[in-house]
Design a protein around this ligand. Structure first.
Ligand SMILES: NC(=O)c1ccc[n+]([C@@H]2O[C@H](COP(=O)([O-])OP(=O)(O)OC[C@H]3O[C@@H](n4cnc5c(N)ncnc54)[C@H](O)[C@@H]3O)[C@@H](O)[C@H]2O)c1
Ligand SMILES: [Zn+2]
Length: 368
């Protein structure tokens, strides 16, 4: 059995722990009681599907530890990751009597984490925040690192804050109710963590079918823990995205271009990242940056979990989007490229011809 793991995240504003354990949700109450040495007023921000599947477990645990939790719901989906949701939730908190001592518990996927995180950062100029992520994407990425935010009509995550939680509670058991497609998409981010800095994680994931991974509680908990450790390590060294934090964007430059080109309707984020990782590995191969076999392993691992949505984006469209990416420095296209499994570097001035070859490659692979 896999024991409880505590990972410390160290940042300038605060240090906090991410606690990971299968079944942890039913112990949330006691852990929060210890952390706050008492029972401050807690407000659980969530969405209907998460409340339906897991609300009772969390609320029972909080009640059992002497809290009197109140629940506020936002509507489900990326569409509602808007400032208006933050405002509506704030009105709800006020009606329920939340004051400066309130603790906001963000209970859901990355959308809830980002919205409730932003809410906590501005409600009465800031109240305590606890992240309880319930998707793969949120457990190994969104809940760690303190980025919050909402979308504008003109683009994603354009309004936001840096606001570190007091605690992150990660229960991989909650992933059992995720739709298969959401589960798989999130696991590509774990594969990404393997490429960035954990060859053993990559190796264990590449040998495992997505079906058996879903069923293997120990392997799943381990894979999430390793990914959380990696993100925690990088964020701790680089809270606000200087050089180091950029390696987390492996697969994301092209991934974002694919998502934007299809108006976020064709790919789940993780699926676009999977194509982005294959493309980045191809670029690294084209410019002879990576060691032999690296591209093959990244391609095979990504595609072994089943087919991904087709890539129809043209090279010129993708190139335009890559050039306008907010992480692109004054026209120079930077890519995070793999040297080998477990080691990536930011490479400046990648020739456009290599990018074009990679795009042609993923279009072709998506048709096989
Ligand atoms: N802050 C960050 O650093 C960061 C990092 C990565 C992603 N993000 C953001 O995260 C968002 C995507 O997050 P996501 O992929 O979790 O999407 P999401 O929050 O929309 O969740 C996906 C779906 O799964 C449902 N769901 C959640 N938990 C469930 C469970 N346990 N069982 C059944 N259904 C469940 C949700 O209700 C939703 O319908 C994006 O907005 C992205 O920008 C933020
Ligand atoms: Zn991502």
């Amino acid at each position: 059995m896999f024991a409880m793991l505590r990972v410390t995240v160290t940042t300038a504003s605060r240090n906090y722990e991410a606690v990971i354990e299968h079944g942890l949700l039913s112990r949330a109450g006691e852990i929060l009681h210890d952390l706050f040495s008492g029972t401050p007023p807690v407000f659980v921000v969530t969405v209907p599907p998460v409340r339906r599947h897991w609300g009772r477990v969390l609320l029972q645990s909080l009640n059992g530890a002497g809290f009197a939790p109140k629940v506020v719901e936002m509507r489900d989906g990326e569409r509602f990751k808007r400032l208006s949701s933050v405002e509506t939730l704030a009105e709800d908190l006020l009606k329920l009597g939340a004051d400066r001592k309130a603790v906001v518990i963000a209970f859901g996927g990355g959308v809830v984490g980002d919205v409730a995180g932003m809410l906590a950062s501005v409600y009465m100029r800031g109240v305590k925040l606890v992240q309880v992520p319930t998707t793969v994407q949120a457990q190994l990425d969104a809940a760690i690192g303190g980025k919050t935010g909402v979308n504008l009509k003109s683009g994603k995550n354009l309004l936001g804050t840096f606001y570190q939680p007091a605690l992150v509670l990660i229960d991989p058991a909650t992933l059992s109710t995720l739709p298969d497609r959401e589960f798989r998409a999130g696991m590509y981010e774990a594969l990404k963590c393997g490429v960035i800095g954990n060859p053993e994680l990559f190796a264990r994931l590449e040998r495992c079918s997505i079906k058996s991974l879903r069923k293997d509680r120990d392997l799943l908990t381990w894979a999430i823990s390793e990914s959380v450790k990696l993100k925690a390590r990088i964020v701790s060294a680089d809270e606000k995205e200087g050089g180091l934090r950029r390696v987390l964007n492996f697969g994301h430059t092209l991934g974002h271009a694919l998502e934007t080109a299809t108006s976020y309707r064709h790919f789940l984020h993780g699926e676009a990242v999977a194509w982005g990782m294959i493309a980045a590995a191809k670029i690294a191969d084209e410019v002879r940056f990576s060691n032999n076999g690296t591209f093959d392993r990244i391609r095979d691992a990504s595609l072994s979990w089943g087919s991904l949505p087709k890539v129809n984006v043209t090279t010129s469209k993708a190139m335009t989007l890559i050039r306008s990416d907010k992480k692109t420095e004054s026209g120079v296209v930077n890519f995070v490229l793999p040297k080998e499994i477990g080691k990536v570097e930011v490479v400046k001035d990648v020739p456009e011809q290599a990018v074009a070859a990679a795009l042609a490659q993923i279009r072709r692979l998506s048709r096989e």
